[in-house]
Structures are given as C-alpha cells and as structure tokens.
Design a protein around this ligand. Sequence first.
Ligand SMILES: [Mg+2]
Length: 183
Amino acid sequence: MRPENAKTDRALFIDRDGTLIIDKVYLADPAGVELFPGVAEGLQRARELGYRLFLFTNQSGIGRGYHTIEATHRVNARMEELLGLPRPIFDEICIAPEAPGQPSLYRKPSPRFIHEMVAKYALAPGRCFMVGDAASDLGAALGGGIQPIAVRTGKVDPLKLPEVAEHHIPVFENFAAFAKTLG
Ligand SMILES: [Mg+2]
C-alpha cells in the first residue's frame, strides 16, 4: 500500500450499486449489502498501484424520501466492513441525494464531484477513470474529462448503450476484470 504521505495524481471514481455491490434499488438496510466477487482484491490492487479511490454514488432514494442519508452512510459502512481493507478505503465519498427532476448539483451525469476532486487533489485527468454500470456514470466521466469504464454487473447491459459505441468506451464483465488491467 502507498505510504500515507505519498503524492499521487491518478484515481478511480467508482459507482456503488451495480458496480461494487449488487444493485438492490433504494438500498437502505446494511444487511442487504452484497459485494461482487473480486471487488476487495481489485480495490486493493488499485491502492497498491497508487490510485486514489473515490466513491461516487447517486442515491435518489434520499431525495424521493424513501430513506435517509444516514441509512446510506450505514450501507456504505457495511460495504467497507465487508471489503475488509485498511480504512479509509476511499479518499472521499460523494453521495448525490437528488431525485431526478430536482435541482441537481452532484447527481451523475453531473461531473461536478470529479471536477472538484481533480482540483483538490491535483489529479491528472488523463490518469483517472470513472467505473460504473449506468449511462449516468459514463456521462459523468465524459463531462469530467476522465476515462469512462463500463461494467456489466448492473441492470442494463452497457453494450446496448449508444454512448459506449459512440465514445469507444471499454466494457468489462465486472469491476474485478477491469482492476486486473490497471498498470
Ligand atoms: Mg450503478
């Protein structure tokens, strides 16, 4: 693992539901968290390679009033517990609480969080990735000027998304398969 004070300009921005854990839709119960196979090893490999890790998750269940942001914090904490890696696992976590149609600051495909982290941590956008299962993840990556990566562990097969073909976005079976390609 990288030393605490090591400087690094590379990063992974990572979606949660359908990318790191099974997408249960409006997940509010920590008992429902299920990691995909190989996720912990993939995150560990990225850390060892010097990537900063940012969790970037749309949680419209908060804006819709289905659950609280505290419930999302508990779900995230359970995920980190299951990952079993030294903490903090993520340099920062962005929870976008807005429902579709509400005024949106951080809700993907808004790239605002990516822009802010690039500035704050002096990241090199050409050495950063956004990994996700949905069109909104890919849109945030494109808007943020970083490399989009699609995974096939969500509700929609990204191979059917027009932006994947249009922007020649790499598609992987899962997060673990992508992490193995990191150099
Ligand atoms: Mg997702």
